[in-house]
Design a protein around this ligand. Structure first.
Ligand SMILES: *Cc1c(COP(=O)(O)O)cnc(C)c1O
Length: 586
């Protein structure tokens, strides 16, 4: 069993809704990945940071303006403190790190440990103690320190916990890329050297796997080289991190004489000298992938010269299917939790039983909505769900490009109600304004279309909304949505999507069978107006008529969403692909 273990590093992980250690899709995916690894008995362990102050608590004032409050939580309620300690050097100081353990238990009882790294220890300075307070808070300096903690501290902590043999290190996004430097240092040390060589680079590359998650350039971390040199002085790291750091490192990594590295060096060390985490991870990984077919293609264009595969994301089926549909699946699809492929047989579920189960999930959602607001939503009206981070590229307000049109469609076609949720990053002014515009549109539509914006989107709320909506709406600006996973959660509940063809939906959409598309894949100019027009056309002429006047056919779409998309867009299939292509391939 030695050398079979997989170490999975992620800056955020959504383990359970009480642990505020995640912000969005990346964390949700990490949690689902770990749950499926446990189900499939993949010998994995995971490493992340603790975030003592949590991702924030969201408040919306009557005008829809978001303010933030720290989340108060007690790690010892959920996690077990480990006696092991590790140390990392930051700016010449020793920073002590502890780990808290959570065990994810798979369907057959197999356990995958998740280690949350924490610097809140009495022996650390006040500033260092705060390093694991905030997720995506602070400046570049704070973030670099956190990434050193996660990457280098994470490897050292695994060693301190007794994990000497690890087969693969999986970097879930570039935040963990500095683990490669720690592995290089280990290789050199093992050979009794203080400088690493080409053979060390080869050895490290043979053990690393990298998944890139965003086609948005700003989503790829890079740090000014002076900052890197200040925080990681070379004496502390046993290698030359001064001026020649990048040339030497690249020469070794790229197997080129230093004189020839300049061209590719520009990618790692931008003009103005930045250390780019994505390029560091790309250069030191044996296997690299994007998170959907299209994202793989886009990444190959962004990172010419690297081999970038694609493994489409999924979600953990047993976690995301709501109670009433779970009971139905237990009756009609034996063993669906152990074998998600068998969800294909959901095609045989009688329509009226799927309807009854769905209405049950919808009732739970609407009870929550009506208790949190005075919207007074009802069970008979077609309910659209839209819940995700309030990032501007996701265009949550696209549906309201023409508010009067929405009003007219709702009046003429049988009615509409809409449930929104999602947090904007505290410093994302555009995201906060997006929420405000939706709250304003809600007011304009009062009396004709019931619209609510629920506070504090988290995985518990995501579960409620993806199970209880009748239609899942997604409107990202292509090609920015690398994958998207909330529509997969909806599909597993038999909820079809009406979405822009981007990310996973390019693969998941069979028009009129599993759901509906918005716009065309290649639409370029005037995208906003055309996509809005497309939403109105589909709602008015296709979706609402089907829902109100041809319920049996609407239920056929629901069954296909569940059977065709639920059986494929799950982390069980995804984990099997990682095992075959990345973890245990030679
Ligand atoms: C699933 C999930 C997401 C991802 O949603 P997308 O629509 O794919 O962006 C984000 N946040 C939470 C809390 C989730 O559960």
């Amino acid at each position: 069993m030695s050398d079979r273990r997989i170490a999975y590093f992620s800056f955020e992980i959504a383990i359970e809704s009480g642990l505020p250690t995640y912000s969005g899709g990346l964390g949700a995916l990490a949690g689902d990945t770990i749950r499926s690894a446990a189900d499939l008995r993949v010998p994995m362990m995971a490493v992340t940071l603790l975030y003592n102050k949590g991702y924030f608590h969201q408040r919306l004032d009557p005008n829809g303006w978001q303010t933030e409050e720290p989340t108060v939580w007690t790690p010892s309620t959920y996690l077990a403190e480990m006696p092991a300690r590790a140390t990392v050097r930051l700016e010449g100081r020793d920073v002590r790190v502890r780990a808290w353990k959570y065990e994810v238990v798979g369907a057959s009882g197999y356990r995958v440990p998740v280690y949350f790294l924490d610097t809140n220890l009495a022996e650390n300075t006040e500033w260092d103690r705060g390093l694991t307070d905030h997720l995506y808070g602070g400046d570049d300096h704070y973030r670099l320190c956190q990434e050193i903690l996660l990457g280098m501290g994470g490897v050292r902590m695994l060693r301190a916990l007794g994990h000497a043999d690890i087969r693969r290190f999986h970097m879930n996004e570039g935040h963990a890329a500095l683990l490669t430097l720690e592995l290089l240092r280990e290789e050199a040390e093992r050979a009794g050297r203080t400088e690493f060589r080409q053979e060390d680079v080869e050895a490290v590359r043979g053990r690393c796997v990298f998944t890139t998650h965003t086609p948005v350039p700003a989503g790829h971390d890079q740090f000014p080289l002076e900052l890197v040199q200040r925080v990681m002085p070379d004496d502390d790291y046993g290698m030359d991190l001064k001026d020649r750091f990048c040339v030497d490192l690249l020469a070794r990594i790229l197997q080129l004489p230093p004189a020839q590295v300049t061209d590719r060096m520009r990618k790692l060390v931008r003009p103005g000298a930045h250390l780019n985490m994505t390029h560091l991870a790309l250069n030191l990984s044996r296997y690299v992938n994007g998170v959907a077919k299209k994202h793989g293609e886009v990444s190959r264009l962004m990172f010419a010269g690297y081999h970038v595969d694609a493994i489409t994301n999924g979600v953990h089926a047993a976690t995301w299917v709501g109670g009433p549909v779970q009971a139905l699946l237990d009756r009609y699809v034996e063993g669906w939790k152990e074998d998600n492929f068998s969800l294909r047989y959901a095609l045989g579920i009688p329509r009226e039983e799927l309807w009854t189960a769905h209405q049950e999930g919808k009732r739970e959602l609407l009870e929550y909505v009506n208790q949190k607001s005075d919207a007074g939503m009802d069970l008979e009206t077609l309910t659209i769900g839209f819940a995700r981070r309030a990032a501007t590229y996701k265009r949550a307000d696209l549906l309201f490009a023409d508010v009067e049109r929405v009003r007219r469609i709702a009046r003429e076609q049988g009615g509409l109600q809409i449930v929104y949720a999602g947090k904007a990053h505290p410093r994302d002014q555009g995201g906060k304004e997006l929420i405000q515009r939706i709250v304003q549109a809600a007011r304009t539509l009062q009396g004709d279309v019931k619209v609510v914006y629920l506070e504090n989107y988290d995985t518990a709320l995501a579960r409620l909304v993806t199970a209880g909506a009748d239609l899942w709406l997604n409107t990202p600006l292509p090609p920015n949505e690398a994958s998207g996973t909330s529509g997969m959660k909806a599909a597993l509940n038999g909820v079809p999507s009406l979405s822009v063809l981007d990310g996973w939906w390019i693969e998941g959409c069979i028009e009129g069978v599993t759901g509906w598309s918005i716009g065309k894949e290649e639409d370029a100019e005037d995208r906003w107006a055309r996509d809005a027009e497309s939403i109105y056309e589909k709602l008015e002429h296709v979706v609402l008529p089907l829902y109100y006047r041809d319920r049996a056919r609407y239920l056929d779409v629901m069954r296909h969403a569940l059977a065709l998309n639920g059986s494929f867009f799950n982390t069980q299939r995804m984990m099997q692909q990682y095992v075959l292509r990345a973890y245990f391939a030679d």
